[in-house]
Design a protein around this ligand. Structure first.
Ligand code: ZN
Length: 206
């Protein structure tokens, strides 16, 4: 039976010193919902999408996504839980499996996405879209290459106009939105990860 794809956004960045208030968070969630609605069109697994900033630890079920929204990489949930000795965080976000719980951690860094990494900078135009795009990218890793066997290595995809591509050499621009290649990759992922990807929920509110 088809289920709702719930996306839980866990805000640990406050309002980014006034640059990303409640209305901006709501707009980002609405954009992200439209992004994911396009991905489920080709899938029989889901029939609806819900994106919330108010999730509790008890809520996510298999097939849902969780993304931690942090001020910077110094607050990294990945870094706190990964046991490897050389964790390299991405410039705007990181996704990695927690080796203890086997839950996948996705996180994004708001100061980087909204302010280009400069604490004193004004917010970029299209900041709400920029945040939604970066979350979409991390959740692409979450579904496709954070656990083995990989469905698709996101950074190896040939997809210059999409959100799923190598972002280390060419970072996402604030106005970019998902394309057909992105959506098709998610559809493949939903099929190949039929049982869902376990999410890291330990740092969600109780
Ligand atoms: Zn990436």
């Amino acid at each position: 039976m088809a289920q709702t794809l719930n996306v839980y956004l866990i805000n640990k960045a406050g309002d980014l010193k006034g640059l990303f208030k409640d209305d901006a968070r709501k707009s980002s969630a609405a954009l992200l919902k439209t992004f994911f609605e396009a991905t489920i069109k080709g899938s029989t697994k889901y029939n609806a999408v819900a994106v919330t900033w108010d999730g509790k630890k008890s809520q996510p079920v298999l097939g849902d996504f969780v993304c931690y929204v942090l001020t910077t990489g110094s607050d990294s949930v990945v870094a706190q839980h990964a046991t490897g000795d050389s964790i390299t965080l991405g410039p705007s976000g990181t996704t990695m499996m927690d080796p203890v719980s086997k839950g996948v951690i996705s996180e994004v860094y708001m100061r980087s996405i909204v302010q280009g990494g400069d604490e004193r900078a004004l917010a970029t135009a299209n900041k709400e879209n920029a945040v939604a795009a970066c979350i979409f990218h991390e959740l692409g890793h979450n579904l496709l290459d954070a656990t083995t066997p990989n469905v698709t290595n996101v950074h190896k995809m040939t997809n210059p106009d999409g959100l799923l591509r190598d972002t280390d050499s060419s970072r996402l621009k604030p106005d970019e939105t998902p394309n057909a290649t992105d959506n098709a990759a998610f559809v493949t992922g939903y099929g190949r990860r039929g049982a869902g990807v376990k999410q890291f929920t330990d740092d969600m509110p109780t």
